[in-house]
Design a protein around this ligand. Structure first.
Ligand code: SF4
Ligand code: SF4
Length: 132
């Protein structure tokens, strides 16, 4: 008997470049987060914390010197961050072409074809075909 084949998921609203972007659980979403974005977020949070603590300095001049130092350090740290799979989305700018909102498409599961969660897409399909 011939084997039944699933219909493709290309027209599903969750389908993006061959991956399924449907939220399954908080744990799965966390595991698929863009690591570069996470690192940047952590550095940003630490910087904000340091800037906040500068309020304790009484002298305005000292505060300004310290503020510039913290911002410089933040820039250096951000510049050093990297991801081995990062591919720039455009010629300029920090966005990665694998980034989907806060997730990394490479960490999301492949769509194996139309499933019970299939949701028909209404907009023009610019995300259907996996690109190299
Ligand atoms: S490949 Fe791109 S989207 Fe994925 S984790 Fe690296 S920087 Fe983030
Ligand atoms: S068809 Fe199913 S597996 Fe494929 S993208 Fe849609 S929800 Fe995900």
């Amino acid at each position: 008997m011939a084997e039944l084949q699933r219909l493709g998921g290309q027209n599903c609203a969750y389908f993006t470049r061959g991956r399924c972007t449907r939220t399954v659980s908080p744990e799965a979403s966390q595991a698929a987060r863009c690591t570069l974005l996470e690192q940047r977020r952590k550095v940003g949070a630490a910087t904000m914390d340091r800037l906040d603590r500068l309020k304790n300095l009484a002298d305005e001049g000292d505060r300004e010197v310290a503020r510039r130092h913290v911002i410089q350090k933040n820039l250096e740290q951000i510049t050093r961050l990297s991801c081995p799979r990062y591919v720039p989305k455009a010629a300029v700018g920090p966005l990665c072409r694998h980034q989907h909102l806060v997730s990394c498409l490479l960490l999301l599961p492949h769509c194996r074809g139309r499933c019970e969660h299939y949701l028909r897409r209404h907009d023009p399909a610019d995300k259907r075909e996996p690109k190299p």
